[in-house]
Design a protein around this ligand. Sequence first.
Ligand code: ACO
Ligand code: OAA
Length: 433
Amino acid sequence: MADTLTITDNRTGKTYEIDIKDGTIRADALRKIKTSDDDFGLMTYDPAFMNTASCRSAITLIDGDKGILRYRGYAIEDLAEQSSYIEVAYLLLHGELPNEAQLRKWSHEITHHTFVHEFLRKSMEGFRFDAHPMGKLVSMLGALSTFYPEAKKVRDDKTRRQEIVRIIAKMPTLSAWAYRHAVGRPYVYPDNELSYCGNFLNMIFRMAEPRFEPHPVLERALDILFILHADHEQNCSANAARAVGSAETDPYCSLAAASAALYGPLHGGANEAVLHMLKQIGSVGAVPEFITGVKNGSGRLMGFGHRVYKNYDPRAKVIKKLAHEVFEVTGKNPLLEIALELEKIALNDDYFVKRKLYPNVDFYSGMIYQAMGFPVDMFPVLFAIPRASGWLAQWQEMLQDPEQKIARPRQIYTGADLRPYVPMSERATKPAT
Ligand SMILES: CC(=O)SCCNC(=O)CCNC(=O)[C@H](O)C(C)(C)COP(=O)(O)OP(=O)(O)OC[C@H]1O[C@@H](n2cnc3c(N)ncnc32)[C@H](O)[C@@H]1OP(=O)(O)O
Ligand SMILES: O=C([O-])CC(=O)C(=O)O
């Protein structure tokens, strides 16, 4: 339903009439009301785009107040229970669940692109022994672009599909090699007989011939975690993938940018930060004092809070339940008790209740990864592997949207007015900084 909003600019006294449709003001409605060359028109000031829809998307729906997450209309809980990560990746990218033949073809294609060029394996050797695996992954994704110059044809449907398959296939290989480099063990090549997660676990943990045999509960748990992490609409890293991709940059570099965004502790790096926080707290008895510190500004409660969810993150609910199933096999992660106590106290504390701060996807996932034997610095990498399918779905949708243009927000200029250049001899002397 169309409606009209009348706005008066206090500075110029001009009045503007703006069309609103379905609760949304379109930016072109603002642009069109520019009345003369010395009129800058109207602009929205929305730091971090908290109230600005940067795109239209049919991929993922979040209802943050109700704690609902759906991929292409399917509830995340149903997908976690009944689907597989490879099927979900297909769903995100194609819009529909695959039939049997489509799934077979899709899995086959991905399985047969898992190998990466030997030169990349060698370039891993250039990193320091203690390099963070996420730093290595970001670099390796950028480096991959140099092996596939044809990927620059981003407007070509066939090329795009080829690169999508390659990236989903190669993410586990690069990630596993980043780990093997850190621990000084020989790299394990992909095994095309194995499932997506089975192959990844083999490349990570294999110590002797013929293969690493994961416990089926743990292999399935990893697959469920991959499903839960696959997409999350316009989060910081998807936004980075779209923004960089909007310049028609190739998908490897666009995903390197997305991975760099994910690396941050306020985003995908939070799973790593949660583990450090729980270790630092050290005991259930120390939780109340830690919470008091957070309320007094000592730092944030990592794994809590979300830009969109003002209710329990539905992924965290599934992960919390999954943690108990995993611990039946691995034994309980001793940090679980501290996490449960943190959640209990926070959810009953006015500070967190008033701000609607609940556990997010990163709160419990790390405890599962740790129980499976992954080192803490691999946690953001474990997030990036499945998120690649979401980034690629967002990137593809952006390129296919005829309304999408290069990402280029405006600004409110707060600097000096025009002033004459000051010769060096007339500048005030200040000590060099
Ligand atoms: C996969 C993901 O990316 S999920 C998110 C992972 N990140 C984390 O877990 C890090 C901890 N959480 C946070 O830093 C934030 O909640 C974010 C970054 C996720 C969301 O941030 P925003 O939507 O910008 O919320 P904002 O920073 O404005 O916080 C709103 C209020 O809640 C407080 N707050 C938000 N999160 C937390 C937290 N985890 N611990 C303590 N206080 C918090 C803020 O201090 C602020 O309080 P104020 O109104 O008194 O100033
Ligand atoms: O949506 C967000 O802002 C962060 C998040 O939970 C995700 O990317 O999974």
